[in-house]
Design a protein around this ligand. Structure first.
Ligand code: NAD
Ligand code: UGA
Length: 467
């Protein structure tokens, strides 16, 4: 089978960028991205794409209408495609068995049922969504139970490793592409077909092939390892604050060991994003189901430290502000879970904001890429004592404190002399991302607190300065 048409179910953060890059690099393949969400598809076909990713606009502009299409016509797209990516969401279950931990596979199951219902010819079905180990087996069961005579399916696992904010660069220059499939000759043939697609731009030595279960587990393992590094350094940031060590210096010192490496050692207010927590919870749940409680408890700690870090940071803010933030104006700089994305899923800013609102603070929120409606959605149920601003400067007016929740570059370039002038005194900055020049801020007159380092502000208030 030569792949000439690809269909992708799910036009989200993964399906959209991944298929745009496939279309860019494979002009001989017609790529159709489908979604049941009409509004999302309308946005993909408009000038304002539904997601913000550096470089994405250019790729979409170049390919859309040529070999890249966004549509809600799921039936036609499935019928025509030889290869179908399943890139639907796999959130944590919110009810029933495994509530709060297991991955909810209802969208993956629906996708498999749609394929089974619609397909009239052979298909390679590729699991791109992040799923529990052996999910491919369930997809195969559904497909086989509904198969029309003469149709053959092959299921491959091809997890996605892109990071938001750098998705296009990650896709263009992937460290590796992972493809898992059956060891049968048909399985190996399907693997080769998918390899051929990626080989349009990824050197073949970077394409790793494994059995299906290794591929599925490797995705959960990769996210667990990355998150574990953040929780490890964040746990040490607490030790630094208590001892006078500086977590950035510790990270630099250990990162120079080539066995450890320097990436993913930035201490922060805590990790966010739609996947780290969800995927580790899923891993924990799988371990519990496999009767491996020690392994489950080990990975659960990565989540627990992240919760600890978010609440430790917020507690430090309240304590520094003389143990009360009631009716104090606090500027929240950044609401996205990291820079260069408008995504707010599991953003630490939500947790920090909710906690401060609970304590009676009045928040003045600014994020360069997150819409006001999205902030309202995330803070639903919390006190309405907040306003959303269109610039960092406006959000700082009359504020008692600035809290940096996202590491946007523009926050580094602000004129903090001017900000200081418009704020209440003493003016505080809580740098949850360690991005500012703390010495410069202290010289201006700010009281500065950050993660993993004691700063000498001439006074001692709050847990961050006590030993
Ligand atoms: P998303 O919520 O942004 O997008 C999923 C899309 O699938 C939604 O638009 C939804 O309407 C659509 N959908 C659901 N069921 C459908 C169906 N039956 N037919 C057609 N469309 C359907 O999710 P996402 O962030 O793109 O993540 C998708 C998967 O990829 C998840 O499993 C996630 O864990 C994984 N992943 C995400 C990232 C990331 O950076 N966001 C990176 C790697 C892997
Ligand atoms: C992460 C992984 O990096 C991707 O490989 C994976 O494909 C993706 O999850 C997924 O499965 O969804 P993403 O969540 O988009 O990507 O972004 P990251 O760059 O990993 O950042 C996650 C969170 O950790 C952010 O809140 C970030 O600010 C935080 N972080 C990251 C730190 O606090 N310190 C660091 O050193 C690195």
């Amino acid at each position: 089978m030569v792949i000439t048409k690809i269909c992708c179910l799910g036009a989200g953060y993964v399906g959209g960028p991944t298929c745009s890059v496939i279309a860019l690099k494979c002009p001989n393949i017609r790529v159709t991205v489908v979604d049941k969400n009409e509004e999302r598809i309308r946005q993909w076909n408009s000038d304002k794409l539904p997601i913000y990713e550096p470089g994405l606009d250019e790729v979409v502009k170049k390919c859309r209408g040529t070999n890249l299409f966004f549509t809600t016509d799921i039936v036609k797209s499935i019928e025509e495609a030889e290869l179908i990516f399943i890139s639907v969401n796999t959130p944590t279950k919110i009810s029933g068995n495994g509530k709060g931990r297991a991955a909810d596979l209802k969208h993956v199951e629906n996708a498999a049922r749609m394929i089974a219902e619609i397909a009239k010819g052979n298909k390679i079905v590729v699991e791109k969504s992040t799923v529990p180990v052996r999910a491919a087996q369930s997809i195969m069961k559904i497909l086989k139970a509904n198969v029309s005579p003469g149709i053959n399916y092959q299921i491959l696992s091809n997890p996605e490793f892109l990071s938001e904010g750098t998705a296009i660069a990650d896709l263009l220059g992937a460290d590796r592409v992972l493809i898992g499939g059956e060891e049968s000759p048909e399985g190996q043939k399907a693997i080769k077909e998918l390899c051929w697609v990626y080989e349009h731009w990824i050197p073949s030595e970077r394409i790793i092939t494994t059995n299906t279960w290794s591929s599925e587990l490797s995705k959960l393992a990769a996210n667990a390892f990355l998150a574990q590094r953040i929780s490890s350094i964040n746990s040490l940031s607490a030790v630094c604050e208590a001892t006078g060590a500086d977590v950035s210096e510790v990270a630099r010192a250990i990162g120079r060991d080539s066995r450890i490496g320097h990436k993913f050692l930035e201490a922060s207010v805590g990790f966010g994003g739609s996947c780290f927590q969800k995927d580790i919870l899923n891993l924990v749940y799988i371990c519990e189901c496999l009767n491996l409680p020690e392994v489950a408890a080990y990975w659960q700690q990565v989540i627990d430290i992240n919760e600890y870090q978010k609440s430790r940071f917020t507690k430090g803010i309240i304590e520094s502000l003389f143990n009360t933030v009631s009716d104090k104006r606090i500027a929240i700089f950044g609401f996205a879970f990291k820079k260069n994305t408008g995504d707010t899923r599991e953003s630490p800013a939500i947790c920090v904001s909710k906690r401060l609102l609970e304590e009676g603070a009045y928040l003045q929120i600014y994020d360069p890429k997150v819409d006001a409606e999205q902030i309202d959605y995330e803070l639903e149920g919390a006190s309405k004592k907040y306003e959303i601003h269109t610039s960092a400067m406006l959000s700082a007016v009359n504020a008692h404190a600035i809290v940096i929740c996202t590491e946007w570059d523009e926050f580094k370039e602000l004129d903090y002399n001017v900000l200081y002038d418009v704020m209440m005194k003493p003016a505080y900055i809580f740098d949850g991302r360690k991005i500012l020049n703390h010495e410069h801020l202290t010289n201006i007159g700010f009281q500065v607190k950050t993660i993993g380092k004691r700063l000498h502000n001439g006074e001692s208030t709050g847990m961050w300065e006590t030993c």
